[in-house]
Design a protein around this ligand. Sequence first.
Ligand SMILES: [Zn+2]
Length: 328
Amino acid sequence: MNNQRLEFGRPVSSKRRLQDLLLQKDNRFCADCNAPDPKWASANIGVFVCLKCCGVHRSLGSQISKVLSVTLDEWSSDEIDAMIEVGGNSSANSIYEAYFPEGFTKPGPDATHDQRVKFIRLKYEHQEFLQPSLRIVSGKSNPPKSISKGIMDSFRITSDSQHMEGMVEFIGMLKVKVIKGTDLAIRDMMTSDPYVILKLGQQTVQTTVIKSNLNPVWNEELMLSVPQQFGILNLNVFDYDLFSADDIMGEADIDLQPLITSAIAYGDARMFDDMQIGKWLKSNGNALIDDSIVNIVDGKVKQVISLKLQNVESGELDLELEWMPLDY
Ligand SMILES: [Zn+2]
């Protein structure tokens, strides 16, 4: 131990807090490959990584991973606070590596560059290992096709064809950004503690609970695997209640047909400039506040949706859907 770290010309306490976090046991090994003594960090993701993995993080771009050296770079207090809030490699990995497909092992310290690139992109860019949205609830615990395909291509895990039987055939992923609620219904004395649940077939994902807020802003991204026969995406808003069953604060059904049909018709959206490719029309029979347009934006197929919550006295909800084809 030396005291060099206390002389970097920024508040000692900040630098010290970062060093203390780095010395935490789980942070003594790279979050991605387990190599000892990581000296780099992704400030926005909140993990400490080794030099080799750091190079891969950097190649993803700073919008996905903002790489900083623990010893060489100037850190802002906000960046340090964000790292501390995540709590280190173990707690970050409990989210980003919540669910590995059966038989999958993550790369080790001796992994090749290609193995690292594939793993790190799947882990952070595609967020393939998040819990619980990617888990198939029904039947066997086989991974969805998108995961198994990516993993098997990447790591050549053997699979026999019988293993694939009974699997649901997935045609893509749906990223749902739950943006905000407006003028939600009151369920406690004066306010509510709302959260949103999305259901697609057997899959259920939910946002965090926002305490005492009738105009909550989530900006939270949830992932669902989309089966061939995808049906309706059902949205429910609930009031979290510690002492009794949670109260419903409205619901809405979302027709995925316009998004998915147009996305599939256009194929690789990266080949197109920004443009409108489809529309879900407002009608008396649906919860739309306005017509909802399907657009190609920066090579991605997206749809902004404003919903009037149904079977409730008040409340609106804003979402953004993004279609993610399997072969990205
Ligand atoms: Zn590493």
